[in-house]
Design a protein around this ligand. Structure first.
Ligand code: B16
Ligand code: MG
Length: 210
């Protein structure tokens, strides 16, 4: 019996891929490191610091402080792009699906790696759809560790066995399965062999919980 749904944010409710790409590209160009959209795709669901490690690859002679400064610089750029976000960045069918879910006796939460989750939800007018938010600010281990989803389930007062996790990243499906959740894959994550359900559009979630 499903009583709760935990949504990953980026790649599930909207996409800020292009903003992440532009911000990381500018850092990589400054450092003279090759970076393209294919590498950007590998950063989906990955924390900011882990993303930087992937981008630096073998060019990793930076100190911890230098890496923190690079990550901060990327985030400042990323947030200047996020400032442009509008509610229209969320597809109409996504908002309609959330409306329908809210009309049911189901608790909803966000389970995102992003430390900018609350800002993104506010800019896109999505905050009111969720009973709880678990994000990059309340975890010590990022996906594929299940911590972000376990915290989300705890915040809505439900055991993982009664919750669905919707994810677009492979690391997110790993995290959901490791935490004992039912894993629904969308986008890139559909190629994950351990996903319990694979959907093309968020509205298909309604059939799964019916
Ligand atoms: P931030 P999600 C993830 O969000 C993004 O997919 C990933 O590209 C990003 O590096 C990560 O958040 C951290 O974001 O720099 O804003 O803290 O998919 O878990 O909602
Ligand atoms: Mg995601």
């Amino acid at each position: 019996m499903i009583k709760g749904i935990i949504f990953d944010l980026d790649g599930v409710l909207l996409s800020t891929d292009e903003y992440h790409y532009m911000a990381w590209k500018s850092i990589a160009d400054k450092l003279g490191i090759y970076f393209d959209k294919q590498i950007n795709n590998k950063l989906r669901g990955v924390s900011r610091m882990d993303s930087l490690e992937i981008i630096l690859g073998k060019n990793n002679s930076f100190s911890v402080t230098e890496k923190e400064m690079l990550a901060e610089e990327k985030n400042e750029l990323y947030r200047t792009y996020l400032a442009e976000l509008k509610p229209s960045a969320v597809e109409k069918s996504v908002r309609e699906t959330l409306d329908k879910i809210r009309a049911l006796d189901i608790k909803t939460a966000i389970g995102s790696s992003s430390k900018n989750t609350r800002y993104i939800l506010e800019k896109t007018d999505l905050t009111h759809y969720f009973n709880a938010i678990s994000d990059g600010n309340n975890i010590t281990k990022s996906k594929p560790d299940p911590e972000v989803f376990l915290k989300a389930a705890e915040y809505i007062g439900l055991p993982p066995s009664e919750c669905i996790v919707v994810e677009d990243a492979h690391a997110g499906i790993d995290a959901a399965k490791a935490g004992g959740f039912t894993a629904v894959a969308i986008g890139d994550a559909r190629t994950h062999s351990q996903a319990d359900y694979k959907i093309n559009e968020l509205k298909e979630l309604l059939k799964i919980i019916a």
